[in-house]
Write a protein that binds this ligand. Structure first.
Ligand SMILES: [Fe+2]
Length: 229
C-alpha cells in the first residue's frame, strides 16, 4: 500500500506506483465530480456505464446503501472479474460515511508457492452473482456478460508487470468444483483492513488486490470509476 496526500499527487507517477504497490491511498481529497473525473482521466481510459452514473461521460458511478451493492456483505472478489478488456483499475472516493464499513484488501501476487501449486491447473468461470443483477446491471449488459463466458486461470501473469498472481474472485466464480478454503484462509490471514477516513480516495489493481466489505447500517456514499490498466 502506498499513501499520499491529495496536495502531493502531482509529484508522483500514480500509474507507476499502482503497478508497483497494487493499492494507493490518497488522503484529504475533497473533490467535486469534475475533480474526480480529472483524477480518473490521469489513470487510464474509463469504463462507460449505465446505472447510477453522475457525469456526462457516464464514467463515474454512485455507490450507496440505497443503490449499487446496497448495505449487505460483499464477499472476497476482484472487480471486473466477469468483464472483457483490462478495466482492472478501480478508483473509489469516500464522499460520505465510508467509515461505516472498512474495506479489506489482500495482494494475491504474494501468495506462497505451495498455495499456488494447489490451484495450478484450475480455471475460473465468471459471471455477476444473482443478488447484484438488478442493482448493478441492465438486461442488455447481463446478456452481453453471459455471452462473453469469461474464464481466467487461477495462476496468471500480470499483463504489464508479468508478476505471477493467484487469481480467484471467490464471490463471482461460477460452477466451481475446486476447494477454495485454503485460498480464503490465506487471504484472511494476510489482509489489510482499510478504515476509511473522510475524503479518502483509493486506487487499486484488481488483478492482484482481492477485496471485501461487510454489512453496515446507515447512509454511506462513494463514487467509483473502473479504468483500463
Ligand atoms: Fe469491489
Amino acid at each position: 500500500m502506498f499513501e499520499v496526500q491529495y496536495n502531493d499527487i502531482n509529484n508522483f507517477d500514480l500509474h507507476k506506483i499502482l503497478l508497483e504497490h497494487g493499492l494507493i491511498v490518497i488522503r484529504n481529497a475533497c473533490l467535486e465530480v469534475d475533480d474526480f473525473e480529472e483524477l480518473t482521466n490521469k489513470m487510464g481510459k474509463s469504463l462507460v456505464t449505465t446505472k447510477h452514473v453522475l457525469n456526462k461521460a457516464r464514467t463515474i458511478q454512485e455507490l450507496s446503501n440505497k443503490g449499487l451493492f446496497s448495505n449487505g456483505d460483499v464477499g472476497w472478489h476482484n472487480d471486473w472479474s466477469y468483464g472483457r478488456g483490462n478495466y482492472f483499475g478501480t478508483i473509489l472516493h469516500n464522499v460520505k460515511n465510508g467509515h461505516l464499513s472498512p474495506t479489506w484488501f489482500c495482494d494475491t501476487s504474494n501468495a506462497p508457492k505451495d498455495l499456488k501449486n494447489i490451484y495450478k491447473n484450475s480455471i475460473g468461470k465468471y459471471y455477476p452473482p444473482a443478488d447484484l443483477h438488478n442493482l448493478c446491471f441492465t438486461e442488455k449488459q447481463l446478456a452481453l456478460l453471459k455471452k462473453q463466458k469469461i474464464t481466467r486461470p487461477f495462476i496468471t501473469n500480470h499483463h504489464i508487470t508479468g508478476e505471477e498472481i493467484l487469481y480467484c474472485s471467490i464471490n463471482t466464480i461460477q460452477e466451481n468444483k475446486v476447494d477454495l478454503k485454503p485460498f480464503e484462509n490465506w487471504i484472511e490471514e494476510n489482509a489489510y483492513m482499510h478504515n476509511w477516513q473522510d475524503n479518502d480516495v483509493l486506487i487499486w489493481d484488481n488483478l492482484k488486490m482481492i477485496h471485501k466489505r461487510v454489512a453496515f447500517e446507515g447512509e454511506r456514499l462513494l463514487w467509483r470509476t473502473q479504468f483500463i490498466i
